[in-house]
Design a protein around this ligand. Sequence first.
Ligand code: ARG
Length: 286
Amino acid sequence: MKKLLTFLLALTLLFSLFACNSTGEEDGQENGDSNQNGETAQTSGDLSRIDKIKQEGTLRIGTSADYPPYEFHTEIDGVDTIVGFDIALCQYIADDLGVELEITDMSFDSLLISLQQDKFDIVAAGMSPDEERLKAADFTDKIFESEQSIILRKADVALYPTTAELAGASIGVQKGTIQEGIAEGITDKVVKLTKLSELITELKTGKVDAVCIDYPCATAYVSGNDDLIVSDIEIEYEGPGTCLAVQKGETEWVEYLNGIIQTVNEDGTMDQFIAEASMLADASLE
Ligand code: ARG
């Protein structure tokens, strides 16, 4: 009798052990974040960002590919492709890690929320850190620095020699960008749209009087639109430059990325990425 009891007990133990193990494994493989009890699955929860990326074989980045030469769509061999110097840098990072690059293209103002939901490992979107964004994400060292600029209709250049004359005018900006604040400092008529291409159309059709964007992007859009011009209007703005954004508290990941940024800056690779992206941008918007 005693023997039978011991045997049954051992059997029950074995079953419960087996049941626990299989739940853990399934969760680890399928979603990697939590099991039925809401606990973090050991398999991925304890892995560093770099190990996780390597394990999954994919570097997931989020962008808003409407910002030439930073990130934009172009046709390569008849195939719609997302290119740009931010993208070239991320491809370099993916190659360094020995993984595939997976790009998600979405509206600029949804990027940081999606990053917080762990939809990507990096946001690469010509994004500059500011006080508000630093609450939601951590940022790498600077990748690129640019001036701010105003695009006008060529016919209107004489009307707006400085920001003072733009005071009553309507200025279009991309929703969620730092240009919102810059434009609000110039006029009280700020039009915020999600898509930059729509802003350019609004400007061409007279629905807004000006568009405020980063200088390299302004020159790219103007090169494809004869009726538009990048004005000489000077905008006072001291920014920290554009960086990659990662989830808050990922110190090791930021350090690794900063190491890459330092390398590509020192060996001229970044300059090459910028030159290539600018050439592609001019060609694709002409
Ligand atoms: N540099 C500006 C910012 O940090 C605009 C970036 C827009 N980027 C884009 N991919 N559309 O807010």
